[in-house]
Design a protein. Sequence first.
Length: 77
Amino acid sequence: MKTIQISLNSIDKVKSFVNEINKFDFDFDLVSGRYVIDAKSIMGIFSLDLSKPIDLNIHVDGDKLDEVLEVLKPYCI
């Protein structure tokens, strides 16, 4: 598992983020304070405080991790 910080400070960013990670078969969790939600859930993301950076837990290792990180670059802080 790898944790990175991302910023989803606009509706368009949230929509494109969910579309990108839904292409993968791995689990992604967003952690904001004491809340942990499925990052593939657009409704769940909108329940978080999006004005601050959010931790993204990526549940994948090895070669696939590099591929995921490349796709997520526009959202990384």
